[in-house]
Design a protein. Structure first.
Length: 213
């Protein structure tokens, strides 16, 4: 696995939305209306034609529209993620909105990769692209999990183990899909149980063999 340092950047754009209270008629006390201002954070990731982050953009380079109406950008900041050794394989901590420290920016990303049903070796090359992502696009500290059928891994920084899961999925998923389609066809699709039979489940389990989860 290529563990060379990788830099990834993203931009946070905050939009100020305001609701103005209408004025009352002259000589009549205006009725009271509540108004509020909402700051909406928007994460923006800009890549060049080679898939590398563009990190020298400024606020003037962005125009933000809502229903075709330009919105005012009240806050603009950029952040670069740098590669670092993962400190622990402990479960991901839950973030609490009441604790200011928990809302600080983190130098890692979290990915849940969901492999859907169907044959995924078509012209779009979904699985080779996913393998390339796991090999080359992750930071060492990024937490990743893979979910397919009724099995899944834990979130982990062991990207090699997840790559092995995806490779086994690529080798076996077409046979698994064919068997599932045949088993759940006909009257069984209408009246039968939805439990995956053991001979198919064992092949699904083998995809996740030696992985966490």
């Amino acid at each position: 696995m290529n563990m060379s340092p990788v830099r990834a950047g993203f931009t946070v754009v905050c939009v100020l939305l305001s609701v103005n209270a209408p004025g009352g008629q002259q000589g009549t006390p205006p009725p009271s209306f509540r108004s509020r201002i909402t700051i909406v954070p928007v994460d923006v990731r800009v890549l060049d034609r080679d898939g590398k982050p563009v990190t020298d953009l400024t606020q003037a380079d962005f125009t933000l529209l809502e229903d075709g109406v330009p919105q005012t950008i009240r806050h603009f900041s950029t952040r670069a993620l740098s590669a670092e050794a993962p400190s622990t394989e402990a479960p991901l901590p839950l973030r609490k909105a009441t604790a200011a420290d928990d809302l600080s920016a983190q130098n890692r990303r979290v990915f849940l990769i969901l492999l859907g049903r169907g044959h995924m070796m078509g012209p779009s090359k979904e699985l080779p692209a996913l393998e390339a992502f796991l090999k080359n696009r992750l930071l060492p500290q990024d937490q990743v999990a893979v979910l397919a059928y009724n099995r899944g891994t834990d979130f982990t920084t062991n990207h090699d183990a997840l790559l092995a899961v995806v490779q086994r999925y690529r080798e076996q998923h077409e046979k698994i899909e064919t068997d599932l389609e045949q088993y759940f066809s006909g009257l069984r699709a209408v009246y039968g149980a939805r439990t995956i039979p053991s001979y198919i489940q064992s092949r699904i389990n083998s995809v996740f063999a030696a992985s966490t989860g």
